[in-house]
Design a protein around this ligand. Sequence first.
Ligand code: DLZ
Length: 162
Amino acid sequence: MKKTNLSDYDPTAVPDGSLYTVAVVAAEWNPEVTGAMLNGAVSTLREHGVKEENIIVRHVPGTFELTTAADLLLGSDPSLNAVICIGCVIQGETRHFEFICQAVSQGLSNVAIKHSRPVIFSVLTCDTMQQALDRAGGRHGNKGVEGAVTALKMCKFKDQCE
Ligand code: DLZ
């Protein structure tokens, strides 16, 4: 059978989050999409044991700003274990889309390496709003949920490297 919900996962394979502090940063552009992803990420962190006081929620104006936010958060808080970055870029009439997507994907990767801590790329890069809604709590799942699962798995991965 064709898999349509891309966010299905095995909850028993997700590490316990009770010892982790995780920041979730969401872009304000396309708020119906990023808001749903933010809710998905936060509720998944809670479900897997991350304490309420250890879930830090922040907002930035647009997806482009996620890189700066992740760098600032990790640089200012050594106890932060991971940052989940949530954004949604929709292809428009100009090449703005390409520049934002390129900058944020490369930027977040650089920040993760700079701080040696997981930075999760929960950014939708879609041709249409419908494609984005389908992946933000719609028929293809919720990329915020996937981001939270990935963050916890990478926190454990880092623990195992130390
Ligand atoms: C300017 C812009 C455009 C055209 N499109 C989006 C978008 O689809 N999604 C998004 O998150 N942000 C968009 N932005 C704003 C940029 O991310 C950024 O906030 C501005 O270029 C200022 O740095």
